[in-house]
Design a binder for this molecule. Structure first.
Ligand code: ATP
Ligand code: ATP
Length: 155
C-alpha cells in the first residue's frame, strides 16, 4: 500500500515540469533594486515571513539578486540605504530553469548548486544550473520545499 503510494507519487513527480509547481510571479514577494530600506520597507520584508527575497530591476520579471532576510539585520532603517547598495555583498547566486524543466532535473540541479530557490523562466536560452547575473522573463519561483511537497503529496 505504502510502496504503491510512494511509487505513484514518484511517477507523478517525474512527469511534472517546473512551471506546473512554481509559485507564480504575481504571488512572489519581491523588492526593487531602487527601493530604500527604510523602516516601512524593512517591516514589509520581515512581515512577509519569507527567507529569500528576489530583487528585480525595472520590471518584476527581471531578477538581479536574492536577498536573505537574515542579512538585513544590521541595516539601520534611519539610513534608508537603497537595495542596490547592499546587493554587491548580500546577493546570493542566481539560478534559473526553463519552464519545461522536469522536476527530476530541477532537484538534481538544486542539489548540485546548493541553491534552494530557482527562477522559472521563459527565456529560450536559459541554462539550468548556471550562475547568472540576471534572470529575464521570469514566470515564477520553485524552491526545494515545492519539490518535496510535490514528491510526498498524496492525491
Ligand atoms: P525557509 O523554509 O527556508 O525559511 P521560506 O519559508 O521563506 O524558506 P520555502 O520554504 O522555500 O520558503 O518555500 C515555501 C513556499 O513559499 C514555497 O511554495 C515557495 O515557492 C514560496 N516562496 C518562497 N519564497 C517566496 C517569496 N519571496 N515570495 C512568495 N513566495 C515564496
Ligand atoms: P537556510 O538557513 O534556510 O538553510 P542558508 O543560508 O543555508 O538558508 P541555502 O539556500 O540553504 O541558504 O543555501 C544557499 C547556499 O548558500 C548554500 O550553498 C549555503 O551553504 C550558502 N550559504 C548560506 N549562507 C551563507 C553565508 N552566510 N555565506 C556564504 N554562503 C552561504
Amino acid at each position: 500500500q505504502e510502496d504503491q503510494m510512494l511509487l505513484s507519487s514518484a511517477l507523478r513527480f517525474t512527469s511534472k515540469v517546473s512551471s506546473e509547481i512554481m509559485t507564480p510571479l504575481k504571488e512572489v514577494f519581491m523588492i526593487s533594486v531602487t527601493d530604500n530600506l527604510d523602516f516601512d520597507k524593512l517591516k514589509d520584508i520581515y512581515t512577509s515571513g519569507y527567507t529569500r527575497i528576489p530583487v528585480y530591476h525595472n520590471r518584476k520579471d527581471c531578477i538581479v539578486g536574492i536577498v536573505f532576510t537574515k542579512d538585513l539585520i544590521l541595516v539601520d532603517p534611519s539610513d534608508e540605504i537603497p537595495v542596490a547598495s547592499i546587493l554587491p555583498f548580500c546577493s546570493r547566486s542566481l539560478y534559473a530553469a526553463p519552464k519545461g524543466t522536469s522536476l527530476e532535473k530541477l532537484l538534481a540541479e538544486m542539489q548540485a548548486s546548493r541553491s534552494h530557490l530557482y527562477f522559472v523562466t521563459e527565456a529560450p536560452g536559459a541554462q539550468v544550473g548556471r550562475r547568472l547575473a540576471r534572470v529575464e522573463r521570469v514566470l515564477g519561483i520553485v524552491t526545494m520545499e515545492d519539490l518535496i511537497e510535490t514528491l510526498i503529496s498524496i492525491e
